[in-house]
Design a protein around this ligand. Structure first.
Ligand code: SF4
Length: 322
């Protein structure tokens, strides 16, 4: 098999990680690379495993998104469904599988097995297993109920031939486009075209955050560059399924120039942490050059805490774990 190459790439989440903590970006993009190899050193193997860690927020987000898409497809097929059916047929099996894998530490044998931050770092979780499970189930059911009540009626006229296929994570190379020779990942949740207007929808199971606007603006750039869609023919929609809120907005050509500039600046910043600033070679500077954030709040929620722990304890003392 041909050797895999660690290609420089950019995404909204990678840029966010880089801004919050340089070391986090190092672990996820470079420290973890090759950790699947039998011959990899133990730190690399650990970084690779930790890089796959999830948490309750991601777990209920994915379950809610998969279940609402199932409800939509059932609706398009003319099959009436209930929230309970969507939960039982789609969300519950995947939540149960992930939960059991994590509790049983399945990741020790199979790298793909789920590992929840709440189980791996119990010192940072003040909820019991019962409370976590109940929270996950409650959030998913609330999202499904709001979807059925408010969103599904709005999508009633959308047929499969109006939908744009999106390459998702875990099934080949995820959705992306190129900008200035850099691979930019942009994976919208749901896109359809109605009367020439591209509706780009992102399902959110958590609270509204200012950066969500930037995230969907990146999707507008994806539509413009990859599909040649004019900005005036793009409608961006954020559906907050848990609260039932909805935000809808448009971008101008000037907005998209600003998105490009933001990506350009972020790529330049990231390049400073590469040998000779060369994103083509994509060889990282030594780990010590990637500054740690030393932010207790952030470190307590970070997958890579185990790897940073010695340095954090030395700098911050033992109270970090209390
Ligand atoms: S544990 Fe803290 S310092 Fe280490 S990568 Fe995570 S956020 Fe950064």
């Amino acid at each position: 098999m041909a050797k895999l190459i660690n290609v420089f790439s950019w995404s909204h989440s990678a840029a966010t990680d880089f801004e919050l903590c340089r070391r986090k970006r190092y672990w996820s993009k470079y420290g973890a690379w090759g950790g699947w190899e039998r011959s990899a050193d133990p730190t690399c193997k650990t970084a690779y495993r930790l890089n796959k860690m999830t948490n309750r927020f991601c777990l209920y987000g994915v379950a809610a998104e998969d279940a609402v898409m199932w409800m939509l497809k059932q609706h398009q097929a003319g099959v009436a469904t209930t929230v309970a059916e969507a939960f039982d047929q789609v969300a519950r099996p995947q939540l149960r599988k992930a939960w059991d894998e994590s509790k049983e530490k399945g990741w020790r044998q199979v790298a793909k097995a789920a590992c929840l931050h709440e189980h791996y770092y119990p010192q940072f979780c003040d909820l019991s297993d019962r409370e976590i499970m109940d929270t996950i189930a409650d959030v998913v059911k609330t999202c499904l109920a709001n979807f059925q009540k408010d969103v599904l009626p709005r999508l009633a006229g959308i047929t499969p031939d109006m939908e744009i296929p999106i390459a998702v994570v875990g099934k080949g190379d995820p959705e992306h486009f190129e900008l200035e020779g850099v691979k930019i990942y942009a994976i919208p949740d749901y896109v359809y075209v109605r009367e020439g207007v591209w509706h780009i929808v992102d399902w959110k199971s958590g609270k509204a955050k200012p950066e969500h606007g930037e995230q969907v603006a990146l999707y507008a750039l994806w539509a413009q560059i990859k599909h040649g869609v004019a900005p005036e023919n793009i409608q961006l929609i954020l559906e907050y399924l848990q609260s039932g809120e909805r935000m809808e907005f448009q971008v101008s050509a000037e907005d998209l120039v600003m998105v490009k500039e933001r990506i350009h600046e972020s790529v330049q910043d990231m390049a400073q942490y590469l040998q000779d600033g060369d994103i083509r070679g994509n060889q990282p500077m030594p780990k010590v050059e990637w500054d740690m954030c030393y932010d207790p709040e952030l470190c307590r929620t970070c997958s890579f805490y185990e790897l940073c722990r010695p340095e954090l304890k030395e700098a911050l003392g033992p109270e970090l774990e209390h």
